[in-house]
Design a protein around this ligand. Sequence first.
Ligand code: 5AD
Ligand code: SF4
Length: 433
Amino acid sequence: MNISDSETIAGYLATMNYERTNIVEEADFIFFHTCCVRDSAENKIIGRIGETIRLKEKNKDLIIVVSGCMMQQPGAAELLLNKFPHIDLMIGTSNLNSIQYLVEQVIINKLNNLKYQKAQIKCFNESNSNFDEDAPILRSSWPNSWVSITKGCNNFCTYCIVPYVRGPEISRHPENILNEVHNLLKNNYKEITLLGQNVNSYGNDLKSEWTFAKLIEIASNFEYNYRVRFMTSHPKDLSQELIETIAINKRISKHIHLPIQAGSDKVLNLMNRKYSVEKYIKLINNIRNLIPGVSITTDIMVGFPGETEEDFLETMNIVKQVQFHNAYMFIYSPRKGTPAAKMPNQISSLEKKDRISRLIKLQNKISCEISKEYLNSTYEVLVDNIISDDIYCGRTDNGRLVKFKAQDSNIIGSFVNIKIKYNKGSSLWGEII
Ligand code: 5AD
Ligand code: SF4
């Protein structure tokens, strides 16, 4: 989602004649787009902002802007500005469409008064209800592209900051989504990823019959050679209609990212996830029965308040039972203002680290075993990037990343058949055939 937001930011800056540079010392404008889902992301960005103090000492004209959901937390922008007075502007996630005006103000202030100007803070939710349909998106992921279909979230999982910083869930108008998809296809994009915190509840707020299944079905029915992917799904909302739609539509990627978060009903309940382990397993079995070859990935958190060793072992058991292709595994990180941050029985950092390392070890072993099942079979791969010299990568229809040798960079953006030759850990290596 932040990659997608960053493409919008880059688009606005390009209309002001800014060009991208990879050399930070050469930049006369640095834009930080933050994330506050976990403290690791916050700490990283604070470190990076700190590094720009010396750049600003060398170049007084350097403009530093900070945006993203970290800025949407009450008081966070003011705190950050106290720590780093060299920041010129702070913008919230719903104010990105004011970037041009706000940056112009910073430049005018600099021109009129060479002395330090206190940063402007523009982080309000007042325009959250509208999608910025006219945003001049500067895409940087061809042949892949991101298309937002919802923003915000209504679920209030007790550990999660998203509903507070991104606001209530709002579905984008289907006509605008489908127009964007069609335009991308006309411009030779080959993969469309429909994005939302919980794509499965798409349409709930629209006073019409639109469901996510209907939307993705129409989005995958244009007469082009392409794939449609989506993320993220919430197990409580993933419908039978959607599973059947994925099963019969050859343009929809056979990959479902389905965060389980924990393997203990007690913890799931404390998290306010609204499903039981049994219901999750039933859903997985149903998906696997109806969509042969599907890959299922997940998010898992360890060290949620009150998680005992027994609860954690239940998570380990579920991971063994389900056999996820891959998992994003996190240490629970208390977020100010969320119910879980105030829950009793917070888990010590030592315990959390011990649990995450056991979980990662187990999942790596499983991912590695599953990768072996791909050996000697041939898959259609959409080539999407070059890794180095003559090594390219792309994804199979079920979302698996495959690396292989090729000579011609024109191969990027095309579908090729790759025979998987070997695996290095969980990553797959193959040969064009
Ligand atoms: N601590 C740790 N992980 C979190 N996530 C969300 N909030 C937190 C938190 N406070 C994880 C969840 C979610 C993923 C995007 O980030 O697993 O699915
Ligand atoms: Fe956060 Fe996802 Fe839960 Fe929404 S559904 S509150 S974004 S974890």
